[in-house]
Design a protein around this ligand. Structure first.
Ligand code: AMP
Length: 397
């Protein structure tokens, strides 16, 4: 089902409620330390302004209570957005009621108003219909560009759609086009790469990937639980003993579906969990009892590269080792390079998860990736194949 976007509606002279993810990091003096999330919305924002809309921006910051702690005020965001755009960004001291209504009513085409933190009202997270209606009353149409909260049904992204037609902004559209459409109809061969610390965090993703992919690469800390399921000793490696049966089931599901599973054949083991640990490479079934696996070995990286050769679709989530320590970053960097190379050769590559993205950035390979999904929890749930309420509520074409 295709979703309507800002390109499908007439915006001239309209008041637009734009829901964004401006949950930016700030220092103790409320200086914004990273503007990535603001920058990411500029294409949508500039398009709305160019089309002659008056833009009323709604967002949340942190986890405030009804006490309205000043450190969660969006006022510094209005100032920063104004600096970035080189134009005035008005600010309303509440997101509903008189301050918001007055400011919204006075807003002219081409002007921007940022509302105070939506989560100063507990009704936002409760998806309260009255609160949603009050927000909706400020505008003629809603635009949702907050993919990071698409797995949550809140008033500003779901409740509001009962009162205002809601369309996707460019950020949201990109996530739907890449993740949603890829999972629906991937070009094959389709390779999934799942790494990171724990099986338990990614059961849904692994299971859904097995339903969709031709090959699944499993690496990182979670691979040890699969190794154990295959009967290997894992020494002091990260192990989820209560997930060994589940790992067996997932391996059996892959076999039944004819999905190739690529697990480490060799691992880099360390005598402690530290950047300066002693380390050596051993076959995967020979982890010394007092040591722990912190990275995949060279032979494994070769297997990963081979599995990715000729891939037409790749989804990657989670590092192949403790890449934060230089001595244990090689496996992850090998995957980053292999994914970038496959993309050069025409594959569609989608990478999600802060650590995989950080690994790509470390090598400057991030620019080669077709789509970097920044949704965190929303990305994981989308990869699990779940219907995300924030996307579901956007108007259909
Ligand atoms: P996740 O958030 O589940 O993607 O996990 C990312 C974390 O997994 C990173 O901080 C890695 O350091 C960690 N990790 C990856 N491989 C291992 C491993 N073999 N042992 C312990 N932690 C690991």
């Amino acid at each position: 089902m295709s979703k309507k976007t800002i390109k499908d509606v007439d915006l001239k002279g309209k008041k637009v409620f734009l829901r964004v993810d401006y949950n930016v990091p700030m220092d103790e003096n409320q200086n914004i330390t990273n503007t990535k999330r603001i920058d990411a919305t500029l294409p949508t924002l500039n398009y709305l302004l160019d089309q002659g809309a008056a833009v009323i921006i709604g967002c949340h910051l942190g986890r405030p209570t009804e006490a309205r702690e000043p450190k969660f005020s969006t006022k510094p965001i209005a100032k920063k957005l104004g600096e970035i755009l080189g134009k005035e960004v008005k600010w309303a001291e509440d997101c509903i009621g008189e301050p918001a209504e007055k400011a919204a009513a006075a807003l002219k085409p081409g002007e921007i108003l940022l509302l105070e933190n939506l989560r100063y009202h507990k009704e936002e997270k409760k998806n309260n219909p009255d609160f949603a209606k009050k927000l909706a009353s400020l505008a003629d149409i809603a635009v949702n560009d907050a993919f990071g909260m698409a797995h949550r049904a809140h008033a500003s992204n779901v409740g509001i759609t009962a009162y205002l037609e809601t369309v996707a902004g460019f950020l949201m559209e990109k996530e739907i086009n890449y993740i949603g459409k890829t999972l629906e109809a991937p070009q094959r061969p389709f390779v999934g790469i799942i790494g990171g610390a724990k099986v338990s965090d990614k059961i849904g993703v692994i299971s859904n990937m097995i339903d969709k992919v031709d090959t699944i690469i499993i690496g990182g800390g979670m691979a040890h639980t699969f190794d154990k399921a295959k009967g290997y000793g894992v020494g002091k490696s990260l192990l989820e003993a209560d997930k060994i049966e589940l790992a067996k089931e997932l391996l059996a599901k892959a076999t039944a579906k004819g999905v190739k599973v690529v697990l480490p054949v060799d691992i880099v083991v360390a005598d402690k969990f530290a950047a300066d640990a002693q380390f050596k490479t051993v076959p995967v079934d020979q982890c010394p009892e007092d040591w722990m696996g912190l990275d995949s070995g060279e032979k494994t990286s070769e297997e990963y590269v081979k599995a990715l050769e000729g891939a037409k679709t790749i989804i990657w989530n989670g590092p192949m080792g403790v890449f934060e320590f230089d001595n244990f970053a090689k496996g992850t960097l090998a995957v980053a390079k292999a994914v970038a190379d496959a993309t050069d050769k025409g594959a569609i590559s989608i990478v999600g998860g802060g650590d995989s993205i950080a690994a790509l950035k470390k090598t400057g390979l991030d620019k080669k990736i077709s789509h970097i999904s920044t949704g965190g929890g929303a990305t994981l749930e989308y990869l699990e194949g779940k219907i995300l309420p924030g996307i579901d509520a956007i108007a259909n074409k």
